[in-house]
Design a protein around this ligand. Structure first.
Ligand code: ZN
Length: 244
């Protein structure tokens, strides 16, 4: 004979499994996001270093232009030397040449410095790229299992959620209201089975009288004197099998 309390037990079980699935899903989501974070970090660093390289290349280009300008100026000044007519012109040309050669020297040093920097940076980008590839592979490997589990949890939730609503309609109004009120105030398991003579929710040891009463009548439910959850005595699998 099916227990009249059965809808209550089914509701408690369904709700418990639903909560487990929801918890599993959010836990998996966090794990997947954490795994992705490492890839994102490498990606960000890769982009940042490439931007640095682009800036460096621009700077090199400017230095190269300056070098070219100075070289042209020096050639022009050298070409003018034979046409110098007096001391004054000679002094001025000499000054200009010296200045130009000085700038050229500085720019050549700068160019060398930039070349070394670029070489280092290119090497760094190469190793970051390797790390990025590795973390991507790792992410895919790690998350393929997680994603499957995530999908499974989603399917379970999609199945359990409507079942919970259906079962909630089957229980008496006052219990339904109690159930909803409890969950709104943060008690996730308002209906509990007795476990080892204790409340399955707050784990307080129950008076033997209460346990015996519920054990004797599987259709009965009572409130826990400590946390006021609804308690019932669980039918064990053997008992279920023997009654079937
Ligand atoms: Zn309790």
């Amino acid at each position: 004979m099916p227990l009249t309390i059965q809808p209550l037990i089914d509701l408690a079980d369904t709700d418990h499994n639903l909560q487990k699935a929801i918890f599993a899903r959010s836990h998996l989501e966090r794990q997947i996001n954490n795994a992705r974070e490492i890839v994102d970090q490498h990606k960000k660093l890769f982009e940042q270093k490439n931007e640095e390289l682009a800036n460096l290349n621009n700077e090199s280009k400017e230095v190269k232009n300056t070098i070219q300008t100075q070289e042209e100026l020096i050639t022009r000044l050298d070409g003018q030397v034979p046409k110098i007519r007096n001391e004054k012109e000679f002094a001025s040309s000499k000054n200009q040449l010296e200045e130009s050669r000085k700038v050229l020297g500085l720019m050549e040093d700068k160019m060398l410095e930039l070349d070394i920097k670029r070489e280092d940076l290119e090497q760094e980008i190469g190793s970051i790229n390797t790390q990025l590839d590795e973390s991507n592979t790792e992410f895919e490997k790690e998350t393929s299992g997680l994603l499957k589990k995530y999908e499974k949890a989603e399917k379970q939730i999609a199945k359990l959620q409507p079942r919970r609503i259906r079962l909630l309609k089957k229980v008496p109004q006052n219990i339904k209201r109690f159930f909803e009120r409890c969950q709104e105030s943060g008690i996730l398991t308002p209906i509990c089975a007795i476990q080892e003579k204790s409340c399955g929710g707050c784990h307080m040891v129950l008076l033997p009288q209460l346990v015996n009463e519920l054990m004797a009548n599987a259709n009965l439910h009572k409130s826990c004197p400590n946390c006021s959850r609804i308690l019932y005595y669980p039918v064990t699998e053997e008992e279920e099998a023997s009654s079937a």
